[in-house]
Design a protein around this ligand. Structure first.
Ligand code: ADP
Ligand code: MG
Length: 250
């Protein structure tokens, strides 16, 4: 984490997005074991509403486990995890997860895959979500005829169709070629700006973390070993609280 954009410890910086509709996350002293294996320990993490946090670290360090913990898909053996002020227990309807593989149902059309993500299978909302990701014209096709990047767009539409307040990404662009990855990064950034959800992106790609997030945490030995605010290359809001810091380093 030595990129020039990193400007210091998170605690010293103003918080962006206090009026966001995104969910706030508070993890306190969390630990998680699988049998004898301690994957996470002494984990404290507060993510403010509307923040874009990236989690980086070596393969096997516990990134996916942390994401599942935030999703309510794992329970901490010690400590607490609160999402929007409420202790987690199971996946909430206003929280969505996107994985490296799109996990589309091959026997359903693109549109029907997106309809799965919204209550009542609302067709109009599903079409609208497909429009957001630029795939409305492929609504009637089977997932199998799409490229890997297009399948991830469908997965993104399915995640967004219910207008979640927290979006958790587990290496969603890891299997894509470099150009498609950049397009998807731009799409995710635009949707985050428009929709105002809190975003947590797990990635082993530090440059992707720095490109997308306004804060990056590094996981080592099962806990957060580094926590850095990122100065954004271009302003994301009229005044996101970071302008002063950008001006001082650019
Ligand atoms: P990362 O996503 O950073 O690559 P993971 O969170 O997937 O790491 O895994 C962290 C560690 O926990 C690894 O050693 C992995 O083998 C182990 N692990 C993950 N899930 C389970 C599970 N359900 N049961 C047992 N061990 C697990
Ligand atoms: Mg993982």
């Amino acid at each position: 984490l030595s990129a020039g954009k990193i400007i210091g410890q998170q605690q010293a910086l103003p918080q962006a997005g206090v009026s966001s509709r995104g969910l706030q996350i508070d993890v306190r002293g969390a630990a998680l074991q699988f049998g004898d294996l301690t994957v996470l320990r002494d984990l404290d993490l507060s993510i403010s509403a509307g923040q874009f946090l990236a989690v980086v670290g070596r393969s096997g360090c516990g990134k996916s486990t942390l994401l599942r913990l935030l999703a309510g898909l794992e329970q901490a053996s010690q400590g607490s995890v609160a999402i929007g002020g409420t202790a987690t227990s199971g996946l909430r309807p206003d929280v969505r997860v996107m994985f490296q593989d799109a996990r589309l149902l091959p026997w359903k059309s693109v549109l029907d895959n997106v309809r799965i993500g919204v209550e009542g299978g609302d067709r109009a909302k599903a079409l609208e979500a497909l429009e957001l990701v630029g795939l409305a014209d492929r609504a009637k096709e089977w997932p199998s005829v799409l490229s890997g990047g297009q399948r991830q767009r469908v997965a993104l539409a399915r995640a967004l169709v219910s207008n979640p307040r927290l979006l958790l990404f587990d290496e969603p662009l890891g299997a894509l070629d470099a150009l498609t990855r950049i397009e998807m990064q731009q799409l995710i950034e635009r949707l985050w700006l428009e929709r105002g959800f809190t975003a947590v992106l797990v990635t082993h790609d530090v440059s992707e973390a720095v490109a997308l997030a306004d804060r990056v945490v590094l996981i080592e030995n099962g806990t957060i070993s580094q926590d850095s605010a990122i100065a954004l290359a271009r302003p994301r809001e009229k005044d996101n609280g970071f302008a002063h810091y950008e001006n001082s380093i650019l």
